[in-house]
Design a protein around this ligand. Structure first.
Ligand SMILES: [Zn+2]
Length: 83
């Protein structure tokens, strides 16, 4: 027999999970740790410095590629379209 409190706790976990999923959709590095950081840049394939991997958990790009991505995104916004 399942206690009502157990079911309530399960439901709550589901809701928290949904909220975390939603949050992660907006911020891809949310809830990530240093272990999720890329050792090699997704953009150029160069080594991502350990200090950056530690400072930005879940980071996928090196500083150069991050800056380039931000520049492209900013340009796309100025042009009124998505990157
Ligand atoms: Zn790069």
């Amino acid at each position: 027999m399942t206690d009502i409190a157990d079911r309530a706790a399960e439901r709550e976990e589901e809701l928290i999970g949904d909220a975390l999923d939603e949050h992660r959709r907006h911020d891809p590095t949310a809830g990530k740790t240093e272990a999720d950081s890329a050792k090699w840049c997704d953009g150029c394939g160069q080594r991502v410095p350990d200090a950056r991997r530690k400072a930005v958990p879940g980071v996928r790009l090196c500083v150069d590629c991050q800056n380039e991505a931000a520049r492209v995104e900013a340009a796309a916004k100025r042009n009124g379209r998505h990157a």
